[in-house]
Design a protein around this ligand. Structure first.
Ligand code: PMP
Length: 424
């Protein structure tokens, strides 16, 4: 039996690098057997692969989908702008309106600079911090992901030592290690970059302690360095007004992407007035950075999120999911650990350091129509209402049953029905 996914994978492998033609985080080489590589469409809280299978989508396209796939208000704004033009000789009205909305919404922000990917935004933050201070070092947490440019890509192939020559590491939630990193830099610190919570791939997550957040703020003030909050993953899910708003800690610079435009390509750097001159001094740009469609999408996305109090809805749905997972796991005698904010959950099994149980669990969830990733946090969207959460829990219940049975061997069969089993 042939499968569209297998056919596309082999065509991609012929004309693109990597096993199935997919590089970076999207490669199925990172996933257990049976995950599709190619998708046909998305609607609300579900996605469909090219073989016609549908899944409750708790990956939300790696966080970009915050209102649900193909949201009516966003698609209407996109269609309207598309009819006018996307890439013109300069930006359109939506850019100014969006910068106004963002600076009104995010406490520390007095100005906005738009780009396309999260990596663009984090990289711009390093440049603004260095331009503002005339110093060289950027501090980042060990294991944190800030993008795929040579200064921060997690894999060193293709980079040279000088690319990350002025990057120092500290441990998240550990101020003593931040101070030690500062000392190693001999005072030459331009900025400290931090994620609002610890979401390192493949690890249990951790919320920032209030002492850590306010300690970083105080340290940056003492040093005259920029506090840079990487909101690319957590932004507009943890808190509508900024992820550390509730902790009362303002960044000097913040990098945003993913959820901001419900899947349309847009990222933004937000900054405080004190850094406006530095931001004006650097040269950064891109052919598509001023295109209007994604900005129109962002305006619609943020307005709907605010009107519906989307963060509260996602948190409540995530909490229901968390309680349901706990109940199902306990019913099967399985011990699980759920970490991070409920709207960006991650789950591991106790005593499963190689993640064998977790991989089997996600594989079985997939077979039962629920898309989860074993090595990356999951994402809730506003489209995950009661029906989707109940559906997700029903699938998870079956997956827990399989884990309890420990029938891994029998489960390595691809749901593609084409005999295309892959063992990873
Ligand atoms: N920072 C964080 C915290 C991220 O999660 C990501 C993407 N996963 C990035 C930066 C880079 O964003 P992009 O992939 O859009 O370049």
């Amino acid at each position: 039996m042939s499968s569209e996914d297998a056919a596309l994978s082999s065509r991609a492998a012929a004309v693109m690098p990597w096993r199935d033609g997919l590089y970076g985080h999207m490669s199925t080489a990172l996933l257990p057997a049976g995950y599709p590589q190619f998708y046909e469409r998305g609607q609300g809280g579900r996605v469909w692969d090219v073989n016609g299978n549908s899944y409750i989508d708790l990956m939300c396209s790696w966080g970009t989908i915050v209102l649900g796939h193909h949201h009516t208000a966003v698609e209407a704004a996109v269609a309207n702008q598309q009819a006018l033009g996307d890439c013109l000789n300069g930006p359109g009205r939506p850019m100014v309106e969006l910068a106004e909305l963002l600076t009104e919404t995010i406490g520390h922000a007095d100005w906005a600079m738009f780009a396309k990917n999260g990596t663009d935004a984090t990289t711009i933050c390093t440049m603004v911090a260095r331009a503002a201070t005339g110093r060289r070092y950027i501090l980042v947490a060990r294991g944190a992901y800030h993008g795929s440019a040579p200064w921060c890509t997690p894999r060193l192939d293709g980079t040279i030592a000088e690319d990350r020559g002025r990057i120092e590491r500290y441990d998240f939630n550990d101020l003593a290690t931040v101070q030690a990193a500062v000392d190693r830099c001999g005072g030459d610190v331009a900025g400290i970059m931090v994620s609002p919570f610890k979401h390192d791939a493949g690890h249990d997550q951790a919320l920032a302690t209030p002492e850590f957040a306010s300690g970083l703020r105080a340290l940056c003030d003492r040093l005259g360095a920029a506090l840079i909050l990487d909101e690319v993953r957590g932004g507009f899910r943890l808190n509508f007004g900024g992820s550390w708003d509730e902790l009362g800690v303002d960044a000097d610079l913040s990098a945003w992407g993913k959820a901001i435009a419900n899947g349309y390509p847009l990222s933004v750097v937000l900054g405080a007035d004190a850094l406006r001159d530095a931001a004006s001094s650097i040269f950064v740009t891109g052919s598509y950075w001023y295109s209007s469609v994604a900005m129109a999408a962002a305006l619609a996305t943020l307005n709907v999120l605010r009107e519906q109090d989307g963060v509260r809805l996602m948190r409540a749905a995530g909490q229901r999911l968390r309680e349901g997972l706990q109940a199902h796991a306990a019913a099967h005698g399985l011990e699980i650990l759920q970490t991070g904010p409920p709207q960006l959950p991650y789950m591991t099994f106790a005593g499963d350091p190689a993640k064998e149980r977790l991989r089997l669990f996600t594989q079985e969830a997939l077979r039962n129509g629920l898309w989860l990733h074993p090595g990356h946090n999951w994402f809730l969207s506003v489209a995950h209402g009661e029906r989707e959460i109940e559906g997700a829990l029903a699938a998870a219940g079956k997956a827990f049953a399989s884990v309890a049975e420990g029938s891994e061997g029998a489960r390595a069969v691809s749901p593609l029905g084409d005999g295309s089993e892959q063992r990873v």
